[in-house]
Design a protein around this ligand. Structure first.
Ligand SMILES: *Cc1c(COP(=O)(O)O)cnc(C)c1O
Length: 371
């Protein structure tokens, strides 16, 4: 039987070419591998249109390692960070800042409402001690898309610095350093670029990074040290995730061949439309209004039918070849379905059919009654 399709926000389903790119061993000191890393970094900077102003610093580990590295390196020890919060990944940023002993101001929003640039601007105006804003672009916990360009403009008007967790949006939603000021945009290999997990990266403003020497509490997560070593040697500090870099090179080649950001967004939008159209026909409602929903991951209300159990739905849908994702909301029973990865709308159509068959088998009334 073939592997199940991952309808999750990373790891996600990768293409055969991307998997094949890992069938080779690379020496970390070898010129060929250093060139591979340099070419990947050059592409990543270019995706953010940041060649003039920013550098790409790759880092071993999952996305959270890169978020922690960026916050620990770019926020000075006496800095103070505003965290507009409308979901689990925003909360993770606050946890990281607590670990790092950086001062935090949480600006709370409801999980189904976007971070409001006007409220962010007012919070900054009211507290001149805030040095940075740490903003999640697409909050993967629900799938809500925060209005990043307007937030960046507000932060810049107030003369503060912006650090963006764009983990689940990078490469799909436009991010343009020429029109949108930021100190750092953080993402990873195994999300919308459709590589495999294992490498994060930070698109960091050159001067902000230069000024950040000595801030980091951690050797392994010191982005400034990582970057200086790259600049001097062309090599990674410490063992690089060679196969991950090679897979990301292949994934980037496919990204460009597909038509880069606009084409990827279009494909994900088609996946998303197929998914929510089919799910609505089954009576399943989305947690978010369409106007704030990203085409990256969708949160659905669980059916209210007493026969429904997420664990059982998961197993029955998995038997049919698809992996769903649990909800991440504390107050509402939900589950999530990703639209990203090397998948086409026809796969989402089959996934909806599998969900329908699983619900019927469980004895859940379909179409489901709205909660
Ligand atoms: C995936 C993701 C991360 C990183 O999570 P890891 O489990 O460390 O890969 C961070 N922020 C957002 C918004 C994400 O979607």
């Amino acid at each position: 039987m073939s592997d199940p399709v991952l309808l999750t926000p990373g790891p996600l389903t990768t293409s055969a070419e991307t998997k094949a790119a890992m069938l080779r061993d690379w020496g970390s000191w070898d010129k060929a591998f250093n060139e591979l890393t340099a070419s990947v970094c050059a592409d990543l900077v270019e995706i953010a249109h940041a060649r003039e102003s920013h550098v790409c610093v790759p880092l071993q580990g999952s996305g959270t390692f890169a978020v922690e590295a960026a916050l620990g390196t770019l926020v000075p020890r006496d800095g103070k960070v505003l965290v507009p919060t409308n979901g689990a990944y925003c909360e993770r940023i606050t946890r990281i800042l607590d670990y790092l002993h950086r001062k935090v101001v949480v600006l709370d929003f409801r999980e189904n409402e976007v971070a409001d640039p006007a409220r962010i601007e007012a919070a900054l105006a009211a507290d001149p001690g805030i040095t940075h804003v740490a903003q999640v672009h697409c909050e993967t916990g629900t799938g809500i898309l925060n209005p990043l360009p307007d937030i960046a403009a507000a932060v810049s008007r107030q003369g503060r610095r912006l650090i963006v967790d764009a983990m689940s949006s990078f490469g799909v939603m436009p991010i343009d350093a020429r029109t949108m000021p930021f100190d750092a945009v953080i993402a990873a290999s195994g999300k919308c670029l459709e590589g495999v997990p294992g490498m994060g990266f930070v698109i960091a403003e050159r001067n902000a990074l230069k000024d950040a020497a000595g801030n980091s509490h951690s050797l392994a997560l010191d982005l400034h040290d990582q970057w200086s070593y790259f600049s001097k040697t062309g090599q990674w500090r410490f063992t690089p995730p060679t196969h991950v870099v090679s897979a990301l090179r292949a994934a980037l080649d496919q990204y460009h061949a597909e038509g880069a950001q606009p084409a990827r967004l279009l494909r994900y939008r088609k996946n998303y439309s197929m998914l929510i159209g089919g799910m609505r026909d089954l009576g399943l409602r989305t947690f978010l209004n369409d106007s704030v929903q990203s085409p990256i991951i969708v949160t659905f209300h669980a059916p209210t039918d007493p026969a429904y159990r997420f664990g059982e739905l998961y197993e029955r849908v998995r038997e049919r070849g698809f992996i769903l994702y649990p909800g991440k909301l504390t107050r509402t029973e939900t589950f999530r379905v990703g639209c990203i990865g090397a998948i086409e709308p026809s796969i989402l159509r089959r996934a909806v059919e599998a969900i329908e068959a699983a619900l019927v088998q469980m004895g859940v009334r379909v179409p489901c009654l709205a909660p």
